[in-house]
Design a protein around this ligand. Sequence first.
Ligand code: NAD
Ligand code: TDX
Length: 345
Amino acid sequence: MKLLVTGGAGFIGANFILYWMKYHPEDHVVNLDSLTYAGNLENLITIEKHPHYSFIHGNICDPVVVEKAMQGVNMVVHFAAESHVDRSIMEPAAFIETNVTGTQVLLDGAVKAGIERFHHISTDEVFGALSLEETKKFSETTAYNPRSPYAASKAGSDHLVRAYHTTFGLPVTITNCSNNFGPFQFPEKFIPLAITNLLEEKKIPVYGDGLYVRDWLYVEDHCRAIDVVLQKGKIGETYCVGGVTEDLPAGRQGISNIEVVKKILRLLGKDDAMIEYVKDRPGHDRRYAVDWTKINRELGWKPEHNFDEWLGKTVTWYKENVFWWKDVKSGAYTSYYKKQYGGDK
Ligand code: NAD
Ligand code: TDX
């Protein structure tokens, strides 16, 4: 079996390649990545010389590159995207280019190449926002209601994937997953930003009142969900993948950002003085929660990594891999940080 993974040098893509090569050593993996600011081949250093792994430095928006990359490929697992909501508010154009046009170019390539399975990685953000008062969760039947340029571009890509299934008979599956955390996550995202800021004795910027809720999932659980969908998922189907919120006591609507921050502060022996409330994100979605009953019932998947324990292990990973994030946080990151948070924090 030969897999084409797009965006394999990013956070989830790299974790997925490492996972796949560990659990499916007989398969061949081709990684197509244009190495944007978020792509980092350091993430794959342990397998870069593996005879079953190869890397193509190229853009998914380029049909020539895509046609070449698909040669001899059985399955495509499509992660490549612009993925950060705040950047999509600053500069939306790249999100439409990669997430919408890039996906369409890949779909065309997949139809031409007769790909046996096109698996599209999407997000719970396409469903919009839940309130803190309601107990509702997102599921496969929730209507789309994207509220940021990022979410809208991902919604567009999901629609294209389904349209190519209906119109051209492309064998597709989709997963809509909640917020991931774990090793190799770019420190623009909330958890690695909080951890690495504290390790640099900098404050954690918390948007608005800090009472926003996310449904956190350890990245390896996401990789395993994709694995079960590739093995047993039904063609044309969508599966929602979510995390630990089902462990919460009755009446609790999830773990708020401020609670996440307090856990990280405790893990690193810091106090609340390291919290800094900053200007809120425009259009900030109040709460996400994912109902993963379908993938559990039909394919037997459930999250296996408890939030507190694996948040602790994630903190340890960032403590032990300072070279990785110091490198990442230099250069262009500094100007992004200034633009997003102001000053020279
Ligand atoms: P990331 O930003 O860490 O990595 C994205 C990767 O895609 C990078 O390696 C980048 O170089 C590559 N890329 C970007 N544009 C490209 C292009 N035009 N051509 C080729 N490669 C390109 O993202 P991530 O957090 O790993 O997310 C991966 C996927 O999972 C995305 O599709 C995202 O929407 C989805 N997702 C992410 C989360 C999350 O919590 N991070 C949750 C649900 C879904
Ligand atoms: O500095 C910050 N302060 C803060 O309070 C940052 C960067 C974030 N936040 C808040 C905003 C969110 O409520 O933390 C929460 C998580 O923020 P992000 O890490 O930016 O994630 P989110 O916006 O929820 O989107 C993520 O989950 C779904 C990923 O970035 C997406 O790629 C994925 O699809």
